[in-house]
Design a protein around this ligand. Structure first.
Ligand code: ATP
Ligand code: MG
Length: 275
């Protein structure tokens, strides 16, 4: 079956900085994929090339069976690619409802009542119904992160790209987000989630990739990737003994494949940017 998203031979560099080098990635319909990698690895740049915000130097982006490499971002959004931004970018002076309504109408192509209904449903799903009439600029970090997800969802995506939506949140807030992403997945939406809060990813994804220096250095089930010596070296600069695994098992039990869901990478280096 043709993958929903297919990246082939993507190259991108900024001067000497290589953010993608002959990068290939296939994401199936309804699949949930996690991406980890050190700061500056090229993770957000990869999303930008998928969503149409950044033009690759070479390579091809295919979505839903069509080559979208030269299509602008708004067309890719209409085709079903929804995304969040690492640093939330709501229209600060507009209400939460208006922000999501813009996504449903401009991004999702809905009109009138249909757009309003979509916006209301997404706000309820994202736990923002109570904040619908608040100005987006007045939201807390958790609410801003939820609004990012809501704006992405309101476009009616087949693929949702999440860029560090858990960064900076408290543990209970992260768990709320994991539940929300679980509901999105259950609707058949494919998810690609870049995240430094690895235990959230492990609970949510079928497959984990590690990006470093513009290349995927590991790709497989989350437990295997998190035990990969190259991945450990990148994050800890030493062997597996550096990984802290709390004694108690978190609610929901261990992740498939035996990885402790509470296993986490060190203080997320990229989270500062998301604050
Ligand atoms: N528009 C740009 N112009 C020049 N350099 C850029 C641009 N965008 C990104 N870069 C550089 O490319 C590299 C990769 O950036 P990117 O934001 O994709 O990394 P990342 O993996 O998302 O990192 P983080 O975990 O910190 O979010 C960084 O060195 C960054 O400074
Ligand atoms: Mg980033």
């Amino acid at each position: 079956m043709t993958p929903l998203l297919q990246l082939s031979g993507l190259d991108k560099r900024f001067g000497q900085v290589v953010v993608a080098e002959a990068l290939d990635l296939a994401v199936a319909e309804g699949e949930a994929v996690g991406i980890v990698g050190p700061n500056g690895a090229g993770k957000s740049s990869l999303f930008a090339m998928v969503s149409g915000d950044l033009k690759p130097d070479a390579g091809r982006v295919a979505f839903d069976g069509e080559d979208v490499t030269s299509r602008p971002a708004h067309q890719r959004c209409r085709a079903g690619i929804g995304r969040t931004y690492q640093v939330p970018r709501p229209f600060e002076g507009m209400t939460v409802f208006e922000n999501v309504l813009v996504s449903a109408s401009q991004g999702g192509g809905l009109h009138g009542r249909a757009a309003q209904q979509q916006a209301a449903e997404v706000l309820a799903e994202c736990g923002l119904a109570g904040a619908a009439n608040q100005r987006a600029g007045s939201l807390s970090l958790l609410q801003r992160k939820r609004l990012e997800v809501a704006r992405g969802l309101a476009t009616g995506p087949k693929l949702l790209l999440l860029d560090e939506v858990a960064g900076g949140l408290t543990e209970p807030e992260v768990l709320e987000l994991v539940e929300l992403i679980g509901r999105v997945k259950a609707r058949g939406v494919a998810v690609v989630w870049i995240e430094h809060v690895v235990h959230a990813l492990v609970k949510s994804v079928d497959r984990l990739l590690c990006l470093a220096g513009g290349r995927f250095i590991a790709d497989g089930d989350p437990a295997t990737v998190l035990a990969d010596p190259q991945v450990l070296e990148l994050y800890f600069g030493s062997g597996p003994e550096a990984v802290t695994i709390p004694d108690e098992e978190p609610a929901g039990g261990p992740a498939e494949g035996g990885a402790p869901a509470s296993q986490s990478l060190p203080a997320a280096p990229g989270e500062e940017a998301a604050r």
